[in-house]
Each structure stands twice: as C-alpha cells, then as structure tokens.
Ligand binder design. Structure first.
Ligand code: NAI
Ligand code: AKG
Length: 538
C-alpha cells in the first residue's frame, strides 16, 4: 500500500545543500529527527558529482547546475528542492525519468523580485548607479545624469504571473499606465487590475519601459530579439529581473549602440556569473548580480518552504510545490487522497490480466470523483500497472513519463453516472486484440473493493494473494478447484463467483493465504472447463 509518494523514512536521509540557504530557513530540516545535513556550497562540478552520490535530497538555489550527469551520479536521490522559482538550472526531464521529484518555492521571493524590478526601473530612469560612480570618482556632474519620470509613462509587462502582477500593482502606484502580455491574461483580469492587455507586439510597441517576467523555456528564449527591438518606441528602456536568455544579449547590445534602446537594467544573464561582458561596458546599462531574491525575508521564506516540502516528502506526505508532477490543492487532495491506494491496486490487479504488451490505458472516474482533478490518481493507477514489469523504480513522478516512453496511450474520462456507487474507478487496458477492465470503489468503513472484473460483477478485497480463474459455468468446477487447492495445502480465505449467463463463461476470484506456485497453476489448468488461471499478488 502506498501514499502519493513512496514512504521513505526521514531517518538517515542525507540532505546535500549546494548553494547558500538561509540558516533560519533550514530549521524545519534541522528539527527533523535523524537527518544528516551536508552543507557544501561553492563546489566545482566534479566535487558536486562526488558529493551527490549518497544524497537522498539535494537543495539548491540558482547557482548549482543540476544536469543529467549530476542526476545520474546520484544513486539515492529522491527529491531536488529549489529554494526559489526558476528551475531552468535543473534537468527536469532527467529527474522525471529517474522518478526524482522536484519541488520549488514559488511564492517566497515574489515580493523581493518585484521590489527589485521597481528599484532597477527607477535606478535606470534616474541614472542612479552611474551618478553614484561619478560622485565616488570625485565629480559633481549634474547635467550628465538627467533622467526621465515614470509618471504617465507606459510600462509593458511580458509575463503577468506572480512577479509580473506585483510589478503591475507597484507601477500603478508610480502613476504609470500598464499594458501586459501573458497567454493566460484575460480581459476580465486585466480590467480588475486596472491594466491594459495586448499581444506581445502590441505591448512592446506601446511601452516606454519593458519588463519581462516569464520563465526561461524554449518558447521564451530570445523572446525579445532584434525583430522585437525594431517594433519598440525609440528610447525605450528594458528591465530583466527574470532570466537571462529571455532577451537576446547581442541584439540588446546592438539596440543600445544604435540608440533604439535608451538603457537597460539587468539582474540576470544568459551565462552567470556574468563578468567581463561587453554589455557591462555600455554606460546605458546598469546591472546587479542576480539579486532579485536576495533579501533576508525572501531567503528565509524560500528555504523554509523547500525544507518543509522535503520533510513532508520523507514523511510520506504529499508535497506542496511539485514541479514535475501535478500539484493539487489541499482541498482536492483531501477528497482524492483516500483513493490513491485503490487506484494503484486496480492498476496492479489489471497488469496481471493481459498477456500481450499494453498499448492503451483508459481510466474512468465516476460519481463524486468526477468533480475533481484526478491526475494524481491516474499516476497511481499507472504506477500499479507498470511496476509489475518495471519494478520499484516506477513512482508517481515517472509513471506517466514511462508510460509515454513505452508507447502506452493514457486517457482519463469522467462521468457522474456511477452505477449506484458513490464513486467508482475503472481501469481498462488494451493489449493487442484483448481488452480488460477492473472497477473498484471504497466502501464506507470497509475499505477497498473490486466490484467488477471484465464483465463479471464481484466483491473482492484487493489485497494479498488472489487467484482469478476463468471457467465454464458447470456443476463441479468450483468443487474441483477447492479440492485441488486443499491437496496443495493452499487455504482459501474468500471465494467469489461471477458468470455471464447460466452455463456460459464464468470467473472465480479466490483469496488464498499463501502464494500459488506455477506448478499449482499448471495443475489447475488441467481441470476440465478451466481455461485461464491468473495469480495476482497485491
Ligand atoms: N531575479 C531573481 O532573483 C528572480 C527571478 N525570478 C524569475 O522571475 C520569473 C517569473 O517568476 P514568477 O512570476 O514567480 O513566475 P510565474 O510562473 O508566476 O509567472 C510566469 C508567467 O509567465 C507567463 N508566460 C509563460 N510563457 C510566456 C510567454 N511566452 N509570453 C508571455 N508570458 C508568458 C506565464 O503564463 C506566467 O503567468 C521566472 O523566470 C523566475 O525564475 C523569480 C524570482 C527571483
Ligand atoms: O536563488 C536565487 O537567489 C535566485 C532566485 C531566482 O532566480 C528564482 O527564484 O527564480
């Protein structure tokens, strides 16, 4: 029986911390019994490969590059915690393939990053860093550093997620007009926020200042490039406190040199550390070394958030901020959580019914369950199906990935019609020309029940050693099976019989106290009218 995540004792878990994390933030981990914290910041890539070998958890900020090589070098790794938002420094595909869950801390640094963006925009508008450097050099130059006001200027925001939205609120406080582009931004939400919405090209064309707040992904790499600079107003100012790479740095350099762009404020860069780059030689560029989240408050908050998720994980509890598996709200989890084991057991059960390789898995959720996000249940069902052949390295993180990679099509269906049950899960598999299905439910106070196998209605607890026997509905068949099992000293705990029609095809579902061996299965198959025997160990 499993919960959402494989239960792993927290005791003796080795937690490797490879970037500086707030000491206060590490308290949840320090307080967890038996944890060994290994704090090794500033490692070379080779040192990291060696240090990660025996780690159960790896906690990072943005500096550590968690590459496929790192993930493959980690024999025990189960969870990677990113104390911050962006996970572009983690090879998510490699982590998912290995069944390693990745969690982040998406909320803890929103405020700090938004404040830093506003600080950078203001500093850019008023040339504050350049003026300060000049003053330190003993010059009292007031003419050179005449700036522009923010008031009544238009701020274009690309990516209106957590940070983008906070920046919008603050910019309105500066009496700027805000126009934003985000694929998920609706007119209604924009109206509620008192901002305008536009396409990316409309936003870049309308803005006096442009700030980007998207993740770095293949779709957003070089989103702001020479073509986009050409569409901007002359004298536009650019701010990037999100990720280097969203703006093409070479194109930005050219746009500043040509006078199209009046200045840029950069906190993040395509390659970090960003030292000695020609962009830094331009007087119109101001920069900070990735400090958006570097406040006492944000660092404490993100470290606490990932620390708590690691503790939850090793305690066998659902994590709050998974990146490579669906996250569901606590309310939904409360509703679907009780069905995790049932979904996995139905998957495990049906994996014994097909002889040929599976090509399709269809999972139907009926009754109350149809109202909820059931993706975690689907993953559990897939885990149950796949672990028979793929073993224990299948878990909720990689079950869907593994199914996809071996070409099994997976679909989810929901209906409120549940054939008299309050909730019903049906797992159907297709394998060559065979189709099998099993339906199960949770009975109040009685736990899991399998209520249907293929076309046969049954009432079986999916646990222990089960024998599924397909036979012809004939007098004596049941007695002969009972006699043979007795001869083999196999005790029957429960027995269920189902049939399509009198004298037609029928099944026996027998729970026995001990495992049934292959030679005993062969003897059962010798009984007349028995045409299939499956042993199912759950
Ligand atoms: N400088 C720093 O220290 C920090 C940087 N960050 C970075 O800031 C960025 C934003 O973080 P959050 O707001 O927390 O993320 P978020 O996930 O809340 O928001 C990202 C938004 O970008 C939108 N988006 C995705 N693709 C887009 C596209 N092609 N065009 C326009 N919008 C698109 C999404 O719909 C989403 O609304 C991330 O890159 C994150 O890594 C976050 C914290 C600190
Ligand atoms: O860890 C940091 O300080 C960087 C934060 C960041 O870039 C993020 O959360 O995406």
């Amino acid at each position: 029986m499993n919960t959402t995540i494989e239960k792993t004792a927290l005791k003796n878990a080795v937690i490797l911390i490879s970037d500086p994390l707030s000491e206060e933030g590490l308290q949840p981990l320090r307080e967890a019994e038996g944890v060994e914290l290994k704090i090794r910041t500033g490692m070379t890539p080779e040192e990291l490969l060696a240090a990660v070998k025996d780690a159960d958890a790896l906690l990072v900020r943005s500096q550590t590059q968690v590459t496929r090589e790192v993930i493959e070098a980690a024999d025990n790794l189960k969870i990677i915690g990113r104390a911050g938002v962006g996970v572009d420094n983690i090879d998510l595909e490699a982590a998912t393939e290995r069944g390693i869950i990745v969690v982040n801390a998406p909320d803890g640094n929103t405020n700090s990053a938004a404040e830093h963006t506003i600080a950078m925009m203001t500093a850019l508008a008023r040339n504050i860093p350049q003026a300060f450097v000049s003053l330190k050099e003993g010059k009292w130059d007031r003419k050179k550093f005449v700036g522009v006001e923010l008031k009544e200027k238009t701020l274009g925001i690309v990516g209106l997620g957590r940070i983008g939205a906070e920046v919008a609120r603050r910019a309105k406080g500066q009496r700027m007009s805000v126009i934003a582009y985000d694929p998920f931004l609706t007119e209604e939400r924009a109206k509620e926020m008192g901002i305008a919405v536009g396409t990316l090209d409309e936003v870049v064309a309308a803005a006096d200042f442009i700030t980007v707040h998207t993740p770095l992904m293949k779709e957003t790499r070089h989103l702001i490039n020479a073509d986009r600079f050409a569409k901007m107003k002359d004298g536009v100012r650019i701010i990037n406190c999100a990720r280097g790479g969203i703006i093409n740095e070479d194109d930005l350099y050219d746009a500043i040199e040509s006078g199209k762009v009046a200045g840029a404020a950069l906190d993040v860069f395509e390659t970090e550390p960003f030292v000695g780059h020609r962009l830094l030689d331009l007087p119109q560029v101001i920069a900070t070394p990735h400090l958006g989240a570097s406040t006492i408050e944000a660092q404490e908050s993100v470290a606490i958030d990932v620390g708590r998720d690691v503790v939850r994980f090793f305690g066998g509890n659902p994590v709050r901020n998974p990146v490579n598996m669906p996250s569901v709200s606590r309310e939904v989890l409360a509703k679907i959580g009780p069905f995790f084991d049932l979904a996995e057991d139905l998957g495990a059960f049906i994996s014994h019914l097909a002889d040929k390789p599976l090509t399709e898995v269809n999972i139907r959720y009926a009754g109350d369950l149809a109202e909820f996000d059931v993706r975690p249940l689907t993953r559990n069902a897939l885990k149950g199906i796949l672990k028979r052949n793929l073993g224990t390295h299948v878990n909720d993180v990689n079950a869907k990935f593994l199914a996809d990679s071996i070409g099994i099509g997976v679909s989810e269906h929901k209906t409120t019609q549940s054939k008299g049950f309050q909730h019903l899960i049906t797992v159907e598999v297709k394998a060559g020309d065979e189709t099998h299905s099993v339906s199960g439910t949770l009975l109040n106070g009685l736990g899991e029940r399998i209520v249907k196998v293929d076309d046969y209605v049954v009432d079986v607890v999916p646990a222990g050693h089960l024998l599924l026997i397909k036979h012809k509905d004939q007098p004596g068949a049941i007695g002969r099976v009972g006699t043979l099992l007795a001869e083999e000293n196999i005790n029957i705990a429960t027995m269920q019989v189902g049939r399509s029609a009198a004298g037609g095809d029928a099944i026996m579902m027998i729970t026995v106290d001990n495992e049934v061996k292959p030679e005993e299965v062969s003897r059962l198959l010798e009984i007349e009218d028995i045409h299939a025997v499956r042993t199912i160990d759950l």
